[in-house]
Design a protein around this ligand. Structure first.
Ligand SMILES: *Cc1c(COP(=O)(O)O)cnc(C)c1O
Length: 360
């Protein structure tokens, strides 16, 4: 059985080179006589792994010295609580709701303070990004929150919101390292790594130092306080050690590929192939407003549920896996993250052409 083209939204495809390297090192990591899975997180070998992973990520993203990089657990969903617990000094935050994940984050924050939903695209099933150039940002907001790439709906902010001087917090789970980023525009950038970086179990938080304080909401657990993890360099307790090791390998792979500028070009080329096909297709249709289209997640439909189901079934048989769309959008979704090769998108488009000829 060979490998398939895996279009899963997450956990998702990883670079084959990285998986092969990990396999080679499985029983004996660099002469230690043990797997990274079996290693103390306080060992010299592991210290090198986590230190290098952070250094490589800093280099890739150009993370300034006044930002900390934290490797945490609990998934992106745990950050929905951790962010308000640590940042809500005035107990007010503004949320822009562009999908399920931002909506969940806003509801969670409501447990800790006042949440103003200053914009939303719920009226059209989150198929667009609202105009965020002049929003009614709250005078006393502790931060403005966005989900930068909406995994389920396939939209992406092409321009960051005008936060009128307030701290921007962004969930980048599904667009992490897909293109260059100006870290200085954000207070917090965070994401679960299982979409575009590594195995599930690690969430990376890039946080500006002035946001790391002891002044958190009373009752905040030690483990949910950023300062705990920042002070301990992500080694307060046992970190998701093996996951961080794989992330580190992906960072090295990205550097070898040429960095984020090159990844952006590759991702644009892949997405263009699929969107161009959708735009001329007589059977398939993209569900997102063209200017807000994501480079990572591409939802599309035929408009006929039975035909959609037939497509998913037959695509599987053709070695194209996990194309079924999210239940709230229906149809199909192709997630074409960094590790999806151009050939995978070519194979998908060729299959779609054939399916269109047979079913129109
Ligand atoms: C998958 C996803 C989440 C949830 O991630 P978990 O790690 O499962 O909590 C949150 N935000 C975005 C944008 C996602 O794609």
């Amino acid at each position: 059985m060979g490998r398939v083209y895996n279009f899963s939204a997450g956990p998702a495809v990883l670079p084959e080179e990285v998986l092969k390297e990990a396999a080679e090192e499985m029983l004996d990591y660099k002469g230690t006589g043990m797997s990274v899975m079996e290693m103390s997180h306080r060992s010299k070998a592991y210290e090198e792994i986590i230190t290098e992973a952070e250094a490589d990520l800093r280099e890739l993203m150009g993370i300034p010295d006044n930002y900390k990089v934290l490797f945490l657990q609990g998934g992106a969903s745990q950050q929905f609580a951790m962010i308000p617990m640590n940042l809500m000094k005035n107990k007010v935050a503004d949320y822009i709701v562009t999908g399920q994940w931002a909506k969940k984050a806003a509801s969670e924050a409501e447990k800790y303070g006042k949440v103003n939903r200053i914009a939303s695209s719920e009226d059209k099933t989150y198929s667009y990004i609202p105009d965020c150039s002049d929003l009614p940002v709250s005078e006393d907001a502790d931060y403005v929150y966005i989900c930068e790439n909406n995994t389920i709906y396939g939209t992406k902010y092409k321009e960051l919101p005008n936060t009128k001087g307030k701290t921007l917090v962004a969930d980048v789970s599904s667009c992490f390292l897909s293109e260059p980023v100006d870290v200085t525009k954000y207070g917090i950038i965070y994401g679960g790594v299982q979409k575009n970086i590594g195995p599930a179990g690690v969430v990376i938080v890039i946080i500006r130092e002035d946001l790391i304080t002891e002044d958190v909401i009373p009752g905040t657990p030690t483990m949910l306080t950023y300062k705990t993890h920042a002070d301990a360099k992500s080694l307060y307790n046992t970190p998701p050690a093996y996951g961080i090791y794989i992330c580190g390998k992906v960072f090295k792979w990205l550097k070898k590929m040429g960095g984020l500028e090159v990844m952006k070009e590759r991702n644009e080329k892949k997405a263009k192939l699929l969107y161009d096909f959708l735009d001329q297709s007589k059977l398939f249709k993209g569900t997102v407003v063209p200017k807000d289209r994501s480079l990572m997640n591409v939802p599309f439909v035929t408009g006929n549920e039975e035909l959609d189901a037939k497509f998913v079934k037959e695509s599987r048989a053709a070695g194209l896996e996990n194309l079924k769309g999210h239940r709230t959008v229906g149809g199909m979704r192709a997630s074409i993250y960094n590790a999806m090769p151009y050939e995978g998108v070519e194979a998908l488009v060729a299959f779609m052409k054939k399916f269109e000829e047979e079913n129109l």
